[in-house]
Design a protein around this ligand. Structure first.
Ligand code: TRP
Length: 377
């Protein structure tokens, strides 16, 4: 097996039974016609200029290696292909499952630092925060009218988040943030959204909102205002945390992108393994050992089986040394760049300010179109 790096299209389940076929929307970067089931990633590579990507993260804490190999690396790859990219620092999404967005400015700036260190280029990618783009947020109002309360309550990702929330009561934003996320995607008429599996229900909301808006408020020339965005599901490798659970910001089991070499060594030394000396790559039978093997393989851009074979009977000690060296080597330059950028908070704020300026122009143009087709003044 080789390390999966590409991404594939996901056939998204229609919400309504009678789903009309996607329409190309003139004046938007709609995806060119393609045979059903054709690989979206391949289509993007053939014509990067016809695609616009929107993606983003909640500013709740530092990004870790799982984020890097799961999404950041893919964003940088898309950027290098020449795809136009919008990246939202989803600050209004933080308060879905907590009362206070703690240290919001700090987390937002650190998120931008992680982005830039990983290789996102603010000259090519528009990086902005929700709260700095009023016209984006205003789209939420007409969009909410297009979705039923029953549909909001059925969203499996929202249900899961409610189940894991420590809040005593579920607030209204928890049920409606997927519609707000539709505004994130549609304000800039993105047609490609790189997502993990858990975000697919949200993408479906965006597709539904786009379709219903276009049906309810047709353009005089017969087209719709919004394109139907497609999911680019990254074949993201599942990296486990040092305790063998899913690597997660909140579980304290993650190696941060910004960790230094010594911290990385200490965390990996403490990672869970198993007593079998022979190192193999067998994710089903040996998840912890295999995740470490995979991490080294991802850093070295080679097949995990090869890494495991090389370690052979070296046991956990050699495995951990190999992983530590691989991580520190791969992330060394990124960490150096991050430290350099971190010394200039003014620059980071400027990136967010300029991103917001560009996003505002786009959002205001879209809102003007929305007002026009709705017959507002
Ligand atoms: N919900 C996403 C997350 O929790 C973050 C996000 C906000 C997002 N807006 C988005 C992702 C739009 C993709 C597209 O990670």
């Amino acid at each position: 097996m080789t390390v999966p790096t590409a991404a594939r299209t996901v056939p998204v389940e229609p919400v309504a039974p009678a789903e009309p076929a996607d329409q190309a929307v003139p004046g938007t970067p709609a995806a060119p016609a393609r045979r059903p089931g054709a690989d979206l990633d391949e289509t993007i590579r053939r014509d990067p200029g016809a695609h616009r990507v929107l993606t983003g993260d909640r500013p709740t804490g530092p990004l870790h290696l799982g984020h890097y190999f799961g999404t950041l690396q893919n964003r940088v790859r898309l950027q290098r292909l020449g795809v136009e990219m919008f990246v939202v620092v989803a600050d209004y999404q933080v308060i879905t499952d907590r009362d206070i967005a703690d240290r919001l400015a700090e987390h937002s700036e650190n998120l931008v630092l992680d982005y830039l260190a990983a290789g996102l280029d603010p000259d090519r990618a528009t990086i902005f925060a929700h709260s700095a783009v009023p016209a984006l947020n205003q789209l939420l109002l007409p969009f909410l009218s297009l979705v039923s309360v029953a549909e909001l309550g059925r969203n499996p990702t929202v249900k899961d988040e409610i189940a894991h929330s420590s809040q005593s009561a579920v607030n209204g934003l928890m049920f409606t943030y997927p519609v707000h996320q539709a505004a994130d995607i549609l304000f800039c008429k993105a047609n490609v959204v790189p997502v993990g599996q858990d975000q697919l229900p949200h993408l479906e909301v965006a597709r539904t909102v786009a379709r219903r808006f276009n049906e309810r408020y047709p353009h005089p020339d017969g087209t719709g205002v919004f394109p139907r965005p497609e999911a680019l599901l990254s074949a993201a490798p599942l990296l486990l945390g040092t305790d063998g659970g899913k690597m997660s910001k909140s579980r304290g089991n993650a190696v941060r992108l910004s960790a230094d070499a010594d911290t990385t060594a200490r965390l990996i030394r403490g990672a869970k393994t198993d007593p079998d000396r022979r190192i193999t790559y067998d994710p089903a039978a040996r998840p912890e050992v295999s995740s470490l093997v995979l991490l080294a393989a991802l850093c070295q851009d080679r097949a995990p089986e090869l890494v495991a074979d090389e370690i052979g009977d070296g046991g956990a000690a050699v495995l951990k040394r190999t992983v530590t060296e691989a991580v520190n080597e791969h992330f060394g330059p990124m960490r150096a760049r991050r430290a350099e950028l971190a010394a200039d908070r003014g620059y980071i704020r400027q990136v967010l300010r300029e991103g917001a300026e560009r996003a505002n122009v786009v959002a205001e143009a879209t809102l003007a179109e929305v007002r026009a087709v709705m017959g507002s003044v």
